[in-house]
Design a protein around this ligand. Sequence first.
Ligand SMILES: [Zn+2]
Ligand SMILES: [Zn+2]
Length: 398
Amino acid sequence: MEIQKKIKESYNEMVQLRRWFHQHPELGFQEEETSQYIKDYLRKCDLRVSSIAKTGVVGLLRGNSDGPTLLLRADMDALPIQEKNVIPYRSLYDGRMHACGHDGHMSILLVVAKILSRFKERIKGNIKFAFQPSEENGGGALKMINEGVLEDPPVNACMGLHLWSFLPTGAIGIKSGPIMAGREHLVLTIKGKGGHTAAPHEAIDPIICTANIIQSLQQIQTRELNPDQKLILMFGKIQGGTAANVIPEKVELEGTIRYLFEDDSMNIDDVKQRIEKIIRSLCDAYKTDYTLEYKYSFPQLINNESLTDFIISVVEKCNIHSQKLNIVPLFTMASEDFAEFAIRVPSCFFFVGANNGKKETSYPHHHPNFNFDEKSLMIGTEVYIRCILEYFKTYNKK
Ligand SMILES: [Zn+2]
Ligand SMILES: [Zn+2]
């Protein structure tokens, strides 16, 4: 197959692109160099290129005939991590690193765009190649949507992928329904009255109240939730007090709620109400006050059933280096703002195994030694291209 040959020939380019992005990591909404690099590349592929959401880029490929519009999304941002890898393509910037694989996502999508731009006669519709800023802290997907990425031409379906070091190379993690958790970022302040630890009766101790709140909130998971539903409530940050003999004025906490609800018997608003009720009643009991706010949230990522079945059927037929891909039905309590696309348009998000069994590719995402098996770039590219071509065949008939 001519396209397969092109994919093979493009492997070195995929690696080069990935390594350039790896050397030039930029944080959310600051992806200036990255954005320019992508625009220059897409223009050379003869795509209509536009800027969106500050540093985001969309390349539009119009096929030779009318039909549906498919959006493929790659995230662009890096993390504030000092890279520890000793590799020739190490990050050039102190304190910033592509430690999640987004460098690979951009490389895959650029090569897919380049290859398909030469096969316009096989695209019966349009493809939007959407390069999204700021995934890690969220905000990028919603900003692109608010600025019209799903319009003109209107998008009929979205696909996204994530290279995944928790899966071996050759595995594709995919399932319909909930696949990645919803996430809420919670900020809580417990206010007491400062004083001397020798005279606790003169003060109101916010620390003992906080200790009880942290413990009591865990009951929501263990006593109120159907065990089929998944919920994690964790405080990752707690600050209170300055000295051993001083009762502080207040304690400040930040945490996350992550949830993956299989059905409608539970919803996140009910959980948030229960959280507030427990905090309120404990503050009453301890004579403290509180403020509670939610800084930002990601919806849970729910894969559209028929689009996911369609992608699984394409993946089943893939033969890469004469090997079949292994389909793993997985979910994760990590979150993704691709979910913003998925709640608006039929969408599917899947994981591409990127761990070759060696130590270098076995670190978890966001680790200063994170790296992935570059062979996975080829797999991601081939799966995307096959899904796209098959999509235009199948969905033009319907
Ligand atoms: Zn990440
Ligand atoms: Zn990521």
